[in-house]
Design a protein around this ligand. Sequence first.
Ligand code: PMV
Length: 337
Amino acid sequence: MPTSTAPGKVYLFGEHAVVYGEPAIPCAVERRATVSVEERADDRVVVEAADLTLDGFTVTFDGSTADADPELDVPTRLVQSATGYVEEAVAQARAAAEAPEAGFELTIESEIPLGAGLGSSAAVAVAAIDAATRALGVTLSREEIAEYAYQTERAVQDGGASRADTFCSAMGGAVRVEGSETQRLDTPPLPFVVGFDGGAGDTGKLVAGVSALQERHGFAADTVQAIGDVVRSGERLLADASPEAEPSPDLLKGLGELMDFDHGLLSALGVSARSLDAMVWAARDAGAHGAKLTGAGGGGCIVALDPTGETARALRYAPDCVDAFRAELATEGVVRT
Ligand code: PMV
């Protein structure tokens, strides 16, 4: 049975602005989604999802109707959103393998909380497309998987998606995405710490909010461009650093200052939340070089830079944080097991 895993990610810089053509630097982290696929004799798609969030759920769906388990302890909205991504990933895999009627049994396990800014949907889409096409006898390149996974997100998010999450999950490592230009970056191993508030944000809604704000106010469009400037400054710092050596204190200080700035700009665009701001401040107070929300915002995760254990320790005691952990850079993207 083909099984594939793909990593989640944190944004060092550039979420939201990347949707409007500014560059972004997401970094894959060692929290993975694993998808196993078996072809079925009929054209049905059955999804078994254990641990898709901290609590897990099971769903079976057929065509466009998704019936969630009534025992769920995960908000229905999140389940519907997750099944939407799986359903579209299956459509992409069928198209890629030119097998429009193929039926599948998919088993999904994930260490990445849903809708929390760590790229759970991209990781599930990447792993599902790779495993499902292999079940149909087609082996795609990482670039092709990234493209089909991007089309998945674009369809589910009504066009409001960038290539950042899906390219990063398929390729691994730190990547740079600007419009349709995508490349891997050689960066030193950055000491990411993640804080999770136990909640989630609605990516589609948050992206639509930033779009509406830019239509109303020119300064909101300037804020999006300013995020692009932050990313370009960060890129220059990374370009001067040796990818082999541990990051220097100066590099961490410089990147941290830019992360703080990026968080301020994202807050101005209305995508932060009280819990995310509280975790950002807990991280800064603990001595992190910088901290910001990661992903769409509205709730979910923050990312901080700290080579010591202090930030993770402080976050664990912060009232708004339910989980804090060190997130190692995942140098491998999609992996076949
Ligand atoms: O919260 P996530 O992991 O879905 O990240 C969303 C990132 C956005 O820039 C807001 C949207 C996108 O597709 O790039």
